[in-house]
Design a protein around this ligand. Structure first.
Ligand SMILES: N[C@@H](CCC(=O)N[C@@H](CS)C(=O)NCC(=O)O)C(=O)O
Length: 188
């Protein structure tokens, strides 16, 4: 298998965690913004090649990896809802990040970007009212949440000061070896 992605993407990080958890053999091919525009129909990372199988979304990649390890994905409708809610926050945050970084457009300059920023806040507040595992094993919904929180803090998209439950969860999951091993390098 070949996994294409960056060391900073939260979507890629979740796939890398699954590879480590299940001890699956896979070559990692570092792929930046320009290379993904050339190599993937969605112009996004991650994407994966496994023989004739080509997958272009972290959700289908995770399903493939979990199936190889004989595990269910998703494990329940409730956990899948957590996974989807976190994806919504990630998609909104990644758009805000690239608009700011690539186009110097701040949320205040667009009605829809303002709505996206409000969506991130309201969904984080909603997640902060829930309870998550404070030790392994973590579900895929929880791993997705951990990847979001790690990325948001790393990219200074949000702080967790207002969200003590989420802060506590992130501190706990940081001690989990596959999460720790996939920490984004400083200065990227
Ligand atoms: N739904 C996709 C989202 C992937 C995604 O948004 N990746 C970002 C990196 S964190 C990306 O490649 N963005 C490039 C772009 O938006 O042009 C997945 O789950 O794989």
């Amino acid at each position: 298998m070949k996994l294409y992605g960056s060391f900073t993407s939260p979507f890629v990080r979740h796939c890398r965690i699954a590879l480590l958890e299940d001890n699956l053999d896979c070559e990692f091919i570092e792929t930046d913004f320009d290379a993904s525009a050339q190599k993937s129909p969605t112009k996004k990372v991650p994407f994966l090649e496994d023989g004739d199988i080509q997958l272009t979304d972290s959700a289908s990649i995770l399903m493939h990896l979990r199936q190889k390890a004989g595990k269910p994905f998703p494990e329940s409708a409730t956990d899948f809802n957590l996974f989807c809610e976190v994806n919504t926050i990630l998609d909104a945050s990644v758009v805000l990040f690239f608009m700011e970084k690539r186009d110097q457009l701040m949320p205040e300059s667009s009605i829809y970007l303002t709505r996206n920023a409000a969506r991130v806040d309201s969904a984080l507040a909603h997640l902060n009212s829930q309870n998550f595992s404070m030790a392994a094993p973590y579900s895929d919904g929880e791993l997705r949440l951990a990847c979001l929180l790690g990325w948001g803090v790393y990219r200074q998209r949000f702080t967790l000061d207002k969200y003590p439950q989420l802060q506590g969860f992130l501190e706990a999951v940081k001690k989990y070896a596959p999460f720790e091993a996939t920490t984004p390098p400083e200065g990227m």
